[in-house]
Design a protein around this ligand. Sequence first.
Ligand SMILES: Nc1nc2c(ncn2[C@@H]2O[C@H](COP(=O)(O)OP(=O)(O)OP(=O)(O)O)[C@@H](O)[C@H]2O)c(=O)[nH]1
Ligand SMILES: [Zn+2]
Length: 210
Amino acid sequence: MNAQQVEANVTQPDSPVRVDYVATCQLPTQWGVFDMHGFEEVGGREHVVLTLGEVSDGAPLTRIHSECLTGDALFSLRCDCGFQLEAALEAIAAEGRGVLVYLRQEGRGIGLINKIRAYKLQDEGADTVEANEKLGFPADMRDFRVAREMLAHLGVTAVRIMTNNPRKIATLQQAGIDVAERVALQVGRNAYNDHYLDTKKAKLGHLFGL
Ligand SMILES: Nc1nc2c(ncn2[C@@H]2O[C@H](COP(=O)(O)OP(=O)(O)OP(=O)(O)O)[C@@H](O)[C@H]2O)c(=O)[nH]1
Ligand SMILES: [Zn+2]
């Protein structure tokens, strides 16, 4: 694992982060019955973690997924998020144990309405990074420290992370998450997200086709 050699794409803020565990219930899915753990972040955001099996020893297969309403829930083909979410749950179920952290940081942290503004700029020719910048945002504003707090609450001390983005691994490590291994998660390329995925590769450090 050479994640340290890759520069993080975001500097995690210094302000303290606090998230309170609330409750756990069962979540039956087409891949199996997960435990769903609910957390409230001080400041208002609500997050969930799905777990399957025993996750408090070793480094369970883990997806730290940032909310994408359009891809995760509305079947959008503009990105690969929904496909990655499904593939991650399927992979966790195939191993019989693992973790899905679902973080409510829509649009790489700019929020849903700003993501719609960014998509409009992309409809007019900007790429995903240029669109964020035209709106006055950095390319990526995500904060993964809340994931570290929730994983710690569940006794998860290290993860095998499903991602195509080495810079995200560096950001996770900067946030205090011990990443033991990267597992590729390359799914969902189509005619509508081809250019977007190429931009992620060129400008945001994602690895595709490796
Ligand atoms: N601002 C903005 N956010 C986007 C866009 N497309 C997807 N997103 C958001 O991007 C986030 C997912 O980030 P990605 O860069 O796709 O993936 P990643 O987490 O860095 O890497 P993977 O782990 O390989 O998926 C979600 O919060 C999406 O809502 C876009 O064009 N603009
Ligand atoms: Zn998406």
